[in-house]
Write a protein that binds this ligand. Structure first.
Ligand code: GLN
Length: 432
């Protein structure tokens, strides 16, 4: 059942919120994909379900399309009172004292969070293998990865544990696992969904978005989480970019003259690592999170905390980012990457003068075997070829299943101009 169907049945009193969420909890506890880092306590979830049921019964939630629906949340989105690890040893025991804005919006709309999903450590990866909690297995083939970094959210939806989930996408982390698992994922226009309470990886590209099995669920969930937020100064009120279109023009990526595609991956990794080195400096063992247990002095405490608290990939990226931002190299790397970013922006804007939607691959291949990419970081970065250009420019894009190879799903990506997510979702519905 889709999320909208579940909500309808709850509204018609065919099933209760409690029944629905307990079923989801039961499935999450029996999950063999390692999609969850934390499954919420049944007692906590039952209390919440009863509260929501009362609000539904009183008519308070009549305006909410997804009232009573169970949802899973990527573990880099803060949930008050529920452990939020970012897939890292650094935050293994971190329980936030506040909720992200998107979580507050879900609460208001009467959705029930049943667990926090597995992810690449701090969102850094394309296979969920950099998680401190082990990789997520692809629900279609357990010898393969589910994609990443929102591998847990995509797998939880694909495995039918929850009908919808939230992921985050800095360079493809919603669309790519959605493609590998055979579900749909939307990376919204940068700024349309508040990042308050999303643990920062690369702030100029991070964006929260929905994962679901069809476009109607995606729209319903996106409508709940979007909107400006005083707590996120980069959030914007939605300007309607969904112009009236008589004849939709879809441009095939191969037919477009994207001269700068080869530079997108290097520019992305320079910018992402630079921002990460600054954002992750807060995990120093002083304020919160992990601290090495044995050390000689303050300097030694910083070093050992860094060394023991972070995984290999995160350490590599922080060091790389410190280098690209350092005096003497800043102009050569960071500044140059910013210029490339602007030029890629101009290329997309030119394409949108001719086309309403661009159709392109989501991934460079089917879901890799476990271990295939994790042993070779450069090929892992290269596999992000089709997703990272979108984040550099802040465009909306969605991935939908389009084919199968050897029983494994293949996704295709629809990209639109800024603020055109409704048009993208309608297009997806028409071509599916
Ligand atoms: N694979 C990309 C990276 O490792 C994208 C990850 C993401 O979107 N969070 O940076």
């Amino acid at each position: 059942m889709t999320a909208l169907e579940i909500a309808k049945r709850i509204k018609n009193r065919e099933i209760s919120v409690e029944e629905v969420v307990l079923e989801a909890i039961r499935k999450a506890e029996g999950d063999s994909c390692n999609a969850f880092i934390t499954v919420c306590e049944s007692e906590q979830v039952i209390n919440r379900a009863r509260e929501v049921q009362a609000r539904i019964d009183s008519g308070e939630l009549d305006g909410s399309a997804l009232a009573g629906v169970p949802i899973a949340i990527k573990d880099n989105i803060c949930t008050k009172g529920i452990r939020t690890t970012c897939g890292s040893k650094m935050l293994e025991n971190y329980i936030p004292s506040y909720s992200a804005t998107v979580v507050e919006k879900l609460d208001e709309a009467g959705l029930v969070i049943i667990g926090k999903t597995n992810m690449d450590e701090f969102g850094m990866g394309s296979t969920t293998e950099t998680s401190f909690f082990g990789p997520v297995l692809n629900p279609n083939d357990s010898t393969r990865v589910a994609g990443g970094s929102s591998g847990g959210s995509a797998a939880a939806v694909a495995a039918g544990i929850v009908p919808i989930a939230l992921g985050s996408d800095t360079g493809g982390s919603i669309r790519q696992p959605a493609a590998h698992c055979g579900v749909m994922g939307l990376k919204p226009t940068y700024g349309t969904v508040s990042r308050y309470g999303l643990v920062a990886y690369a702030s100029s590209m991070d964006q929260i978005g929905p994962i679901a099995t069809d476009e109607d669920d995606l729209i319903a969930l996106y409508d709940i989480i979007k909107g400006p937020d005083k707590k996120d100064s980069t959030s914007v009120s939605i300007e309607d970019g969904n112009k009236e279109i008589k004849e939709l023009k879809i441009g095939r990526f191969e037919d477009l003259d994207f001269k700068l595609l080869d530079y997108a991956v290097p520019a992305y990794y320079i910018i992402a690592c630079s921002e990460a080195s600054s954002n992750l400096a807060r995990f120093d063992g002083v304020k919160y999170g992990f601290r090495a247990s044995e050390y000689d002095n303050l300097r030694d405490m910083y070093d050992k905390t860094f060394d023991e608290g972070f995984g290999e990939e995160v350490k590599r990226r922080i060091r790389l980012g410190e280098f690209t931002l350092s005096h003497g190299f800043y102009d050569q790397y960071y500044l140059k990457a910013c210029k490339v970013r602007r030029l890629i922006h101009d290329e997309f804007k030119k394409a949108f003068e001719k086309y309403d939607v661009i159709l392109m691959p989501t991934t460079t291949g089917i879901a890799p075997k476990l271990g295939e990419l994790s042993s070779d970081p450069i090929s892992m970065y290269k596999s992000d070829l089709y997703t990272v250009p979108i984040n550099l420019v802040g465009l909306p894009a969605l991935s939908l299943p389009c084919d199968n190879k050897d029983g494994l799903p293949i996704g295709v990506q629809l990209v639109g101009d800024h603020f055109s997510e409704k048009m993208l979702l309608r297009t997806a519905g028409a071509i599916r």
